[in-house]
Design a protein. Sequence first.
Lengths: 246, 478
Amino acid sequence: MVTCINDALYPGTGQAVLRLLRRLGVEVDFPQAQTCCGQPMVNTGYLDEAVPVVRTFVDAFAGYDAVVTPSGSCAGSARHQHSIVARRSGDEALEKAVAEVGPKVYELSEFLIDVLNVTDVGAYYPHRVTYHPTCHSLRMLGVGDRPRRLLEAVRGIRLVDLPGADQCCGFGGTFAVKNADISVAMGADKARHIRETGAEVVVAGDNSCLTHIGGVLSRQRSGVRTVHLAEILASTEAGSIERTLR
Amino acid sequence: MSGTFVGMPAFPTAAREALADSQLRHNLAHATGTIRAKRARVVAEVEDWEELRLAGAAVKERALLDLDTQLVRLEETLTANGATVHWARDAAEANAIVASIAKAHDAQEVVKVKSMVTQEIGLNEALAADGIAAWETDLAELIVQLGDDLPSHILVPAIHRNRAEIREIFRSRMAAAGRPAPIDLTDEPAVLAAAAREHLREKFLRAKVGVSGANFAVAETGTLVVVESEGNGRMCLTLPEVLVSVVGIEKVVSRWEDLDPLLRLLPRSSTGERMNPYTSTWSGITPGDGPQEVHVVLLDNGRTRALADEVGRQALRCIRCSACLNVCPVYERTGGHAYGSVYPGPIGAILNPLLKGVGHDDQIDSLPYASSLCGACFEVCPVRIDIPSVLVDQRAQVVDAHRGGVPKPEGAAMKGAAYVLGRSRRLSALERLTGLGMRFARRFGPSAWTGARDLPEAPEESFRAWWQRTDGGRKDDA
């Protein structure tokens, strides 16, 4: 599952996942029927509107051994919220499909460490980097220090601690526009902490959060760029495919 | 005031004002940061904290699922212990009961233990309308009352004030309410506390009627429990001749031993202490010791409505520790007043809609959206209330309550999104316009997003288009 935001705005993240997983010997497909996990609707209160989206999701991903996604938030949505939407639909077949597909959904770092049992993915990334653990990966999925362990095994990287790392960046989906002032206030504090580290790059496992953080950093002309975890892990001495926010 | 401050604007508007108050931002960041660190330290000391949370949640859950039986049992045991039990459906009934008891004793004033439920029902204002002065005796409540202010935190109602502001309130307002502040009043915490002590002492010794809430009510033994830090509560509970306790019906627990996990969870979660300084328990009347007339007002005021909500009813487990406020990134920046209720923060964002229902008041309907759903509240909640899940469910109830009316832009957008995201072909067609859309948004801002944040550059093609063009990267990617 490449996720809708990566599909439309960050294809490089999807390409990085593909390159990384193939390098590790995984057979990867991109079922083209996929669209979105439906989280924007669910978290804004539009459950009826989420039903066709969840149906498309389970149709697209039924039959695979594992569904891997470079997003803690979308993985959390599939694992924890799809059952709510399915129950609402009153469609028992959908409830059954959701119960089958949901547990097979993995956030990237979970899949690498828990399923593939790798920590050193053979990456090379010669930059000063600070890691922001996103809320849904941390508290909804419980990925713990998996992304950090993956980053620590990257050659050439200088990983620096982010003060107040576990505090929300303020994105929060539609919260970012419904309560834009608070969202920006939270983003400003996150940006301040990032700048305090002196890092060139802030890395996270969710491009939605990084769009917000990067938007604040860019407006401040801070000279810090946001990069998805998958892009760092996909980078090798042969080349990097990271994209940058401008 | 009955739970929600009258005339408050919806959350985003109130929050904007609060965000602009730099003194408030500073006071809050300092205070919540301090309590947060204290809590984390003392919780980390408890090896079986997670088991304790599960036990606390189970005790409350069991009582709530059996509430009808437990409440009747509580009434029986309280009555057998010499207390008089009153039932109040709502704020007006509860206030009238307290006022009539005070009037029966010709009391012109009552002294109060800090209590959320009496704030919820607006008891002080109701008593004032009957010519009865209600004196808050908790230090922070006193600061709020003297400052003619509103509480902004469950545990620390004056958290939005710093000590310089408190000194000023004491200096200028104490004289009108009783013993004035000493002339040499400084902003040292100990000096401020001493001034409050002197001011309150004459009220404790004079008052004939005390008013309290209760942290817990034990059905088995007919016992009420008040947990506090300052000792003012103990004064109110023991010195007056008459004691009236207003107790939300969700405060009941079945057995005495059920207090065990709750009394261990509460102080570590709320003040970040291993144990609170004062725990008072009383079971009706003890001849020759303490108040000889004891009343208990059992209050619904929306609690049965909340109990009927399958997802939301877990909010009734809340033991008012305020750990969720202290870790909430939204609360930390807006403070409590923006929530327009005596119950602010994450718990307030679910409790107010649950107690009052959604779909009839924009202010209440805005509360479930006052969260980024970061989940920090659930992580610290001592009785494991899954606040993010309840918030999401409340949002669905807000949307459902407005279905069928005039369609709003957001609803139309969500319907449009459902259409597009229901089929990948439709999404694919729309993605060809991503670049155009981003250029449009940048050019015709500032919108809610672009006012303070840049938008990312749109890619030349979507992942989907790249996959098709290169056969999943197998063809030459140029």
